[in-house]
Ligand binder design. Structure first.
Ligand code: GLA
Length: 382
């Protein structure tokens, strides 16, 4: 059932607005977003739909296709009863963030459906926030820029869900371009250019199905390490503002001034920024081999330096190197479990998917079904 049908079923009316926001893939540029760096990302065709109509009163009712139970939000008590782990927290967080910026919404009924896999590293939560935001913007005449909408979604994560995440997820869900990768600059918060997906290749998402506990706190600890590194590096290079301003060479020169762990974290980030630029150059020249090699290098740096991989993800990448058809693969997103992305020749992807699932199951006992991703456009509302 799509969101419009669910809306009709529950509220016995046609929805006035239908917003859609896609999930996203981080192609390259791991944890660079909150370091003012570069990311090559994409919006996928899997999306969240938010069908809604404004109503009188102060009570919002939202139904999702997960269980068809109705969640109520009282607009006079939005901050009450915000619970981590409940999907309504994302909507409540978004409403609070809109208010912080001096705007507001009125009551509404809404139906939410989603094809973005949950907890899979494809940003189902950003898709939910952005779909709600696009509906609110249109229905209630809000005047936020697209980037501000992304920041509102990020604020919901940072201040209500408790992850100090960057802007990548919401930004990619908003600015994605069909069949393309987008090169995002998180210093200026803009899409620098779009890069077509290389002809003849498909992106297969292989979920390790492992989600380590404390993912959120691990994420926040990594972020802190990056900040520590910047604080120390400023003693040698007073002009720098973020790891974005540091090159590998500069980092090596100042290595002894840094805590060793912070140094390793910074080495990953600085390397990722450099890898993103080289990857775009390779893609511009249709040099898919070099591009793939950079993806493998990124994974290796996650494993050794940022330590946000895990044995299961490492095994998937090891498999990708030994199976025919894959040019490059790496973990994608926050890490500590979650997904890996694999660039695979179209003609070989069916067999590749079978073989990687079989081998993974044999070694780990875990079932995983690769998702072949099509890349879609960013969020919209009608
Ligand atoms: C998560 C966060 C993003 C980004 C990635 C890592 O997806 O939400 O902001 O930091 O991890 O690149």
């Amino acid at each position: 059932m799509n969101a419009t049908e669910l809306f009709r079923k529950i509220f016995k009316l046609e929805p006035a607005y239908l917003a859609s926001a896609p999930g996203r893939l981080e192609i390259l540029g791991n944890h660079t977003d909150y370091n003012e760096g570069l990311v090559l990302s994409a919006a996928v065709s899997q999306k969240t739909d938010f069908a809604m109509s404004p109503v009188k009163g102060r009570i919002c009712r939202i139904v999702s296709n997960m269980d068809e139970s109705i969640i109520e939000i009282d607009l006079d008590r939005v901050e009450e009863g915000i619970k981590k782990g409940c999907w309504s927290t994302y909507i409540k967080g978004v409403i609070c963030e809109i208010r912080k910026r001096g705007a507001d919404i009125s009551a509404f009924d809404a139906a939410v459906t989603s094809t973005v896999p949950l907890s899979a590293g494809m940003s189902s939560s950003a898709a939910l926030e952005v779909s709600a935001l696009f509906a609110f913007q249109k229905a209630f005449g809000l005047k936020f820029t697209k980037t501000e909408l992304a920041k509102i979604g990020q604020g919901a994560e940072n201040n209500f869900v408790g992850v100090q995440s960057g802007l990548l997820d919401q930004f990619s869900s908003i600015y994605g371009k069909k069949n393309s990768l987008i090169l995002c600059d998180f210093r200026t918060n803009e899409v620098v250019k779009t890069v077509p997906v290389p002809e003849g290749y498909v992106i297969a998402v292989v979920n390790s199905m492992v989600r380590h506990t404390l993912v959120d706190s691990d994420y926040n600890v990594r972020r802190k390490s990056c900040e520590n590194a910047v604080a120390r590096l400023k003693e040698t290079y007073p002009e720098i503002k973020a790891l974005r301003d540091v090159t590998t060479q500069m980092l090596e020169k100042a290595k002894d001034t840094l805590d060793f762990i912070d140094y390793k974290r910074a080495l990953h980030i600085v390397g990722e920024d450099e890898r993103v630029l080289s990857a775009v150059k390779s893609l511009d020249k249709s040099d898919i081999k070099s591009f793939g090699k950079i993806l493998f290098e990124s994974h290796e740096s996650s494993r050794r330096n940022f330590e946000n991989s895990c044995p299961e993800l490492d095994y998937l990448i090891e498999l990708s190197m030994s199976l025919p058809g894959c040019v490059g693969a790496r973990l994608s997103g926050g890490g500590f479990g979650g997904i890996s992305i694999h660039f695979v020749e179209k003609t070989k992807v069916a067999e590749y998917s079978n073989r990687i699932s079989t081998a993974y199951k044999l070694r780990t006992g875990i079932e995983t079904v690769p998702i072949l991703c099509e890349l879609g456009d960013g969020a919209k509302c009608r």
